[in-house]
Design a binder for this molecule. Structure first.
Ligand SMILES: [Fe+2]
Length: 289
């Protein structure tokens, strides 16, 4: 194909892609090309802007490593993560809603027994978390694998603290024979998503703040059920309405109860104030059944 102009180029690329072996890949790439071309024509993209775009994506790549995932952050802040989560996890009424995965999950987090302290030395007010894991049919789920990860009291995840060489405020517990889970951690704080990189500069240019309301991340896996990736948010948080990554669902907001010093749920005594929060998860049937 020769003599291509700004309109015929789209069809030319689709034709060039037509011999791809995997029809899904061809379909996805062609749709991306159509939308990308429409976008460039709509905004009449200049060469300078094209170059800025290349530079921006290059920076997103360069700042990404095992501890920092700027591409997920970009997807999150552009609302793509919420869109993909929503269209793939519409759940029946009564099942716990899913929300974005975020960039701070770490493979191979430490295993804990119920009741143990997953803070593992991170500083902050104690918080005792508990609840049930049930299936859509109401029956308790025994041995569900519950991964949890959260920020410390200053709003940082362990992976954002280069001085820390161990996992803190993250871990895996399994639901007990009665479906219950419980662990000790610390009070999660609202935090700014990493904003010293290209995504931060993008937010600034758009007049947006980088804050997320306080939350705990959960990923719950159980045989025969769809894996649930979600958060629990804190009622009354300043940023519930303007989460930088659009992750808040009202069904995931719960009351985190403050207690004066005294007897704690683990039977010990705390000489500082502490918090409890309780949340029951309901998993949807696996689509693979
Ligand atoms: Fe988070």
């Amino acid at each position: 194909v020769i003599d291509i102009d700004q309109w015929s180029i789209t069809r030319a690329v689709e034709l060039a892609n037509a011999r791809g072996q995997d029809s899904r890949i061809v379909h996805v790439v062609n749709a991306l090309v159509r939308h990308l071309h429409d976008f460039a024509r709509e905004v009449r993209l200049t060469e300078q802007e094209w170059f800025e775009g290349v530079r921006f994506l290059t920076q997103v790549g360069h700042i990404t490593d095992e501890r920092r995932q700027e591409f997920i952050l970009l997807s999150d802040t552009l609302g793509l993560s919420t869109l993909v989560t929503a269209q793939n996890h519409s759940k029946p009424t009564g099942c716990t809603e899913a929300t974005v995965f975020g960039p701070f999950y770490v493979e191979g987090s430490p295993q804990y027994l119920n009741g143990e302290d997953i803070a593992n030395g991170a500083q902050g007010e104690p918080c005792f978390v508990s609840g049930m894991v049930r299936g859509h049919d109401g029956r308790v789920i025994v041995g569900a694998e519950i991964s949890v990860w959260q920020s410390d009291s200053e709003g940082y995840y362990d992976v954002q603290r280069p001085e820390i060489d161990r996992h803190q405020a993250r871990g895996v517990v399994h639901s007990l024979p009665d479906g219950r889970y419980h662990f000790k951690s610390l009070l999660a704080a609202p935090y700014r998503i990493p904003h010293d990189g290209p995504v931060g500069r993008m937010l600034e240019a758009l007049g947006r703040h980088p804050w997320r309301p306080a939350h705990l991340h959960f990923m719950i896996k159980a045989e025969g059920f769809e894996t649930l990736i979600t958060h629990i948010f804190r009622e009354g948080d300043l940023y519930l309405e303007s989460d930088a990554v659009f992750g808040v669902r009202s069904s995931l907001v719960t009351h985190w109860v403050r207690h004066e010093p005294g007897r704690t749920p683990d039977g010990k005594t705390s000489d500082e104030a502490f918090y409890t929060l309780q949340y029951d998860f309901v998993l949807d049937r696996s689509t693979k059944e």
